[in-house]
Design a protein around this ligand. Structure first.
Ligand SMILES: [Fe+2]
Length: 317
């Protein structure tokens, strides 16, 4: 098989404990089949596995001086690739060149046979990732409903993550803000295109439909337990700092910080983007507008963080 030239996933693997037990966080390991053998974890020499086939998991035959094969981790699937040794690489007894590995496979590198095992964590993480990819696709589909905004949510997500870090959140928390921002408008899937794309002023009934999207978005994502911490951020992304927003009229710090960040990133990106009816606004105009609404519509601290990074933000198209 040909390995596509694509990005490898990060794998969180660790060395086995001294007693031979496999740590629960192991996602994959090779267990030598000799008596009293200890598991050989697929250790990640670097936490992010980069592009190219030179940075992956190279397995040495413990009794041979040269490498016989390497195990590649690609998209959370594992492959074994023969490196052309004279002894060959065997998978379940058959000499192989490149093959996909499955849980329980017996692989022979040189003279050592291993059993390949995938930990349950991998499956859980893989499923979470798949699920997140699926809802992200849905969010993208919502973006596309409005031809004027294109990949708006993606840009808002990037800016939101930067704001979160600038406001002192750690990387993990900033990552949650980024995901919330990516999905924040997913509830618009329930708003008819005719309303979303309406160029003129909305009627009261149409506006009521639009106003439902934060609550609908949180409801859509509610069954996904691993996103539970993001639901308040999504529900409240149209609150105003002075309490004049919706759906609950929350005030100030009662509004989740992630929501306050998303609002600012969202507004900035809308102003800084070209629209059919106007060009992107210049930075000085944006600075004036955001400053004018700090403390009423927006959290002044978030505005200050955005203004600090204004010159370094790429002008969106
Ligand atoms: Fe929204």
């Amino acid at each position: 098989m040909q390995f596509p030239d694509t990005e490898y996933f990060s794998l969180e693997l660790a060395s086995p404990q001294g007693d031979g037990a496999i740590e629960p966080k192991h996602q994959a390991c090779l267990i030598p089949q000799a008596a009293n053998a200890t598991p050989f974890a697929l250790d990640a020499p670097q936490s992010i596995v980069g592009r190219g086939h030179d940075v992956d998991y190279c397995i040495n035959d413990v009794r041979a001086s040269r490498r016989h094969a390497k195990v590649l981790a690609l998209h959370n699937r594992y492959y074994v690739q023969d490196l052309g040794s004279t002894n060959g690489t065997y998978l379940n007894g058959d000499r192989i060149e490149n093959e996909r590995l499955a849980h329980g496979d017996l692989i022979t590198f040189g003279r050592t046979q291993f059993r390949f095992e995938i930990g349950t964590d991998l499956d859980a993480n893989y499923l979470k990732k798949l699920t997140l990819d699926t809802v992200t696709s849905l969010a993208e589909a919502v973006d596309k409903k409005d031809p004027y905004t294109g990949s708006h949510s993606q840009s808002v997500a990037k800016i939101s993550e930067r704001l979160a870090l600038a406001l002192g959140l750690d990387q993990a928390a900033a990552e949650r803000v980024r995901i919330a921002a990516r999905l924040h408008d997913i509830g618009k899937i329930g708003v008819p295109d005719a309303v979303l794309r309406k160029p003129g002023p909305l009627t009261a009934a149409e506006f009521a439909l639009i106003r439902k999207h934060p609550v609908d978005g949180a409801s859509i994502l509610a069954p996904l337990g691993f996103l539970a911490d993001l639901l308040p951020a999504i529900r409240h992304h149209h609150e105003r700092f002075d309490g004049g927003g919706y759906p609950d009229g929350l005030v100030g710090a009662a509004i989740p910080l992630a929501s306050r960040i998303i609002q600012v990133a969202d507004t900035y990106h809308a102003m800084a983007s070209n629209r059919p009816y106007r060009r992107a606004q210049p930075p000085e105009f944006i600075r004036t507008e955001l400053t004018r609404h700090a403390g009423t519509q927006f959290d002044p601290e978030v505005i200050a963080a955005l203004l600090d990074m204004l010159s370094s933000l790429h002008a969106p198209d």
